[in-house]
Design a protein around this ligand. Structure first.
Ligand SMILES: [Zn+2]
Length: 100
């Protein structure tokens, strides 16, 4: 189950990269279409899918956008960037202790 979810996330990240490239090409000619694509692309990583309201590392609200997630002790934490996630993964207990 966990593995499946990680695979889903990985494919979601790959898809969002593809969308970004496509969006850049479309922006000049189809502004309306690229806006709706952006909304659709943000659905797969949503603040409602994670257990933290804020990025532990930089303090950014997860509702403002998540680009990576980490699974720890049965919970899912969202981060604004792979860098923030990497910091959390190094010392998860330290960051979890800070928010309690
Ligand atoms: Zn961050």
């Amino acid at each position: 189950m966990k593995l499946f979810f990680i695979c889903m996330l990985a494919s979601g990240i790959l898809l969002s990269c593809n969308n970004k490239v496509k969006k850049a090409n479309d922006t000049a000619t189809q502004t309306e279409n690229s806006t709706s694509m952006q909304q659709a692309a943000s659905i797969h990583l949503d603040a409602s899918m994670v257990d933290n309201k804020k990025d532990f590392i930089c303090g950014m609200p997860t509702s403002a956008g998540i680009s990576d997630t980490s699974h720890y002790k049965g919970k899912v934490y969202g981060f604004c960037s792979p860098e923030c996630k990497a910091d959390f993964v190094k010392e998860p207990e330290k960051y979890l202790a800070e928010i309690k």
